[in-house]
Ligand binder design. Structure first.
Ligand code: FAD
Ligand code: MLT
Ligand code: ZN
Length: 452
């Protein structure tokens, strides 16, 4: 019997796809930069079926690539050639919200927006949010330790994670979904799987901590002179406003690109060099305190504030539309980095020259999450020189004590630069963990760890 026949026996014919017209949609990443070809796509319905797939692939010596919503931006969700692509789409269960503990257990294949819609009627919310919410899955968010727009207040996905059910490379099912917030009984196996990018196990269910759903919201779009002014503004708002939930940055060139790809009107009468978008959230309307804080802030060139849902979404659209607008004009080299906040302005100033030195035709669009010093460096017209551009940007970032990946992960895109952010000892420790849990390297080969 072929591997495909065995997989059909385990999952049913409807859940083993070999038709190239269908498998094609799983084989290219969201940016269009990374491709692979899968031997077949399997869609198991629960941990037991995942374990069966993992065992069969192990017996056949065939690697597995786990894919959730395929919105990842570092090429980690596309298969190495000949791998079995394991889609988590069918594992989208939503258990009843545990309102007493403010927790919920969900299937790894549930999308973020499905979980949001499930928990919000109980007055609770998910602490992590970002623009891919309708497609990205909770499993993918945990596997990449996703960050997004609310890290300032609630931390990254790892901080929301209280438990996992996962299938290891030998087919063992590990289940730890109790959700005790205090539980110091040895190595943190739950946390280890966060950020593991599909290389240590297949996440099948997750236990998430929930946060209060805050209905009082106000968003301000503030025009400023430059990155330094943006950092100073965010510092001041952060110190003054406990309700501050998001602080994002983008620049004139990004706004122009977004507007060229959409029908969004200009936010102000005139153009400005840089823009900070902030959101405050609490139980009662925070508009007055946000306005007062903005009035007290120096260096504000212009500002507009929205408190109603429509107005807030309209302001967020300027920021959240960046990713799609960039993709619409070409395949970008995307480098998600973080630098210490005091160095952010200097790095932003140095980046364009560092990039054009290796690719003079490059068009660089920057935006990001200010408070974490998290910059999204998007380089257009440079995909043929992707390695050189990555090298220049990541070395610059590392020279300022930054990280080569703030929130998207390492994936295939950055694994060769891992040593810029992790010491030889740390990489050796990671390799030892990988060898212990996946000695044959069957789970997502080519992702995260550099070539040995
Ligand atoms: P995929 O892309 O399918 O997979 C990503 C990685 O996770 C791969 O390594 C894959 O093997 C692994 N994986 C997926 N599911 C599992 C599982 N069940 N078990 C084990 N491994 C698994 N990211 C941020 O951090 N912050 C942002 O603000 C943000 N904004 C975005 C906006 C847009 C428009 C887009 C397209 C992407 C954005 N991202 C952002 C990146 C991306 O959405 C996140 O990384 C997301 O967490 C990936 O989820 P996914 O289900 O699409 O995972
Ligand atoms: C975002 O913050 O919008 C993202 O992380 C997506 C991107 O970098 O394009
Ligand atoms: Zn981001």
């Amino acid at each position: 019997m072929t591997l495909e026949d065995q997989l059909v026996e385990a999952l049913g014919a409807a859940h083993v796809v070999t038709d190239p017209e269908v498998t094609a949609s799983y084989e290219t990443d969201w940016t269009g930069r990374f491709r692979g070809s899968a031997r077949c796509v399997v869609r198991p319905g629960d941990a037991g079926q995942v374990a069966a797939v993992v065992r069969l692939c192990g017996d056949a010596g065939v690697p597995i690539c786990v894919q959730g919503g395929n919105t990842g931006l570092v090429g980690a969700s596309v298969p190495v050639d000949g791998a079995v692509l394991l889609s988590t789409a069918r594992m989208s269960s939503l258990a009843a919200v545990d309102e007493v503990s403010a927790q919920v257990t969900v299937g790894a294949g549930a999308t973020l927006s499905a979980v949001q819609a499930h928990v919000r009627p109980t007055g609770l919310d998910v602490g992590v949010d970002f623009a891919a919410r309708d497609s990205c899955t909770v499993g993918g968010m945990v596997a990449t330790n996703a960050g997004g727009e609310r890290v300032l207040r609630y931390g990254t996905m790892r901080a929301q994670l209280l438990g996992v059910e996962a299938v290891l490379a030998d087919g063992t099912i590990v289940s730890r979904l109790g959700g005790l917030p205090k539980d110091n009984t040895g190595y943190d196996v739950v946390s280890l799987l966060a950020g593991s990018e599909g290389t240590l196990g297949v996440l099948t269910r997750l236990r998430l901590r929930l946060v209060p759903l805050l209905a009082g919201r106000a968003v301000a779009l503030v025009a400023v002179n430059d990155t330094g002014a943006a950092v100073a503004l965010v510092r001041m708002l952060r110190d003054r406003l406990p309700s501050l939930e998001a602080a994002e940055i983008f620049y004139a060139e990004g706004l122009a690109l977004v507007r060229s790809q959409s029908a969004l009107p200009a936010p102000f009468d005139q153009e400005h060099p840089a823009y900070v978008l902030v959101e405050c959230a609490q139980r009662v309307d925070p508009t007055d305190e946000l306005l007062e804080a903005l009035e007290a802030a120096g260096a504000v060139r212009d500002a507009t504030v929205a408190s109603d849902s429509r107005g807030r979404h309209a302001l967020w659209a300027y920021r959240e539309s960046h990713t799609e607008a960039i993709n619409a004009v070409g395949v970008p080299v995307k480098l998600d980095v973080a630098v210490p906040l005091p160095a952010l302005a200097e790095v932003v100033a140095a980046l364009p020259d560092a990039i054009t030195a290796v690719e003079p035709r490059a068009r660089t669009i920057l935006f990001g999450h200010v408070n974490e010093g998290n910059l999204h460096v998007n380089v257009l017209n440079a995909v043929d020189r992707g390695e050189q551009v990555s090298d220049a940007v990541l070395r610059l970032v590392a020279s300022y004590g930054g990280s080569i990946s703030a929130e998207h992960g390492v994936g295939r895109a950055k694994r060769e630069w891992l040593s810029l952010s992790r010491s030889a000892e740390e990489i050796a420790m990671m390799r030892a963990i990988k060898r212990a849990l996946d000695p044959r390297g069957l789970l997502n080969p080519g992702v995260l760890l550099p070539e040995d």
